[in-house]
Design a protein around this ligand. Sequence first.
Ligand code: ATP
Ligand code: TZP
Ligand code: MG
Ligand code: MG
Length: 272
Amino acid sequence: MVDLQQASGLLERVREQRPLVHNITNVVVTNFTANGLLALGASPVMAYAQEEVADMAKIAGALVLNIGTLNPAEVEAMIVAGRSANAHQVPVVFDPVGAGATPYRTETARRILREVRVTLLRGNAAEIAHVVGEDWEIKGVDAGVDEHSQDKAALAQKAARQWATHVVITGKEDIITDGQHTCLIKNGHPLLTSVTGTGCLLSSLIGAFLAVEKDVLLAGASALISYGVAAQLAAQKTAQRGPGSFQVELLNQLAAVRAEDLLRDGVVAVMK
Ligand code: ATP
Ligand code: TZP
Ligand code: MG
Ligand code: MG
């Protein structure tokens, strides 16, 4: 379904095409997200005003919606941008940051899924559980517990069917599914959990891959593998120096990661 050769090819295509990714994201991660997209080889833009989001979304290669620091005006802008993206066949990634932590976040996440045709929904297990009406432990914007891959796969499949979308659940291992076909990706590094915004950045990078490839499973899996391998390389380079050095090196490695790194270190398996 997804092989490392294809993933490497897509990484190269992102760098050749430099897709424009329109982000409506949170105030914590804005700069890191823009720099991460640039490092990968994509072109970021952040635009939030209701007066312009429809115009920006329609010229973008992908739209990324992220409710990390949501407020009513921004939520309305997300709906307007999402509808414009839908009308112009622009893929939409949705990151329901903190769904389940407060009723406003949960209800907003569901509203966006009702009113916008989301191409790919990405979150931690607890966020996705709350979006489908299950009650998994959540602490603010962080998943409370790490769970078994089988449970996560079943949850991702349920969410994909319920909302008719593709779903990525991240954690120690990552799952991607369309509700029927499911892949497990075992890249990444625990240091990713010590830097804020690494999940949000991943959602935006998935947008860059979707901008250059219509096969959503292939694009999503390729983004997960590329990001996870870049993180592993960054952790090797910064060894014992800690999260600050790792954050900077992650940007370096998003720019440096090559096809041969994915072929050597990528770990992807098809699940039942
Ligand atoms: P949370 O708020 O629960 O941390 P998040 O939105 O930050 O969620 P994560 O699940 O942390 O998203 O995923 C972000 C990246 O970190 C993904 O590439 C994922 O594979 C990686 N990751 C998360 N936890 C681990 C871990 N324990 N080991 C390796 N990689 C991890
Ligand atoms: N609070 C609101 S949004 C945000 C925090 C800390 C960033 C969350 O980023 P991520 O990628 O989910 O860790
Ligand atoms: Mg995280
Ligand atoms: Mg997150």
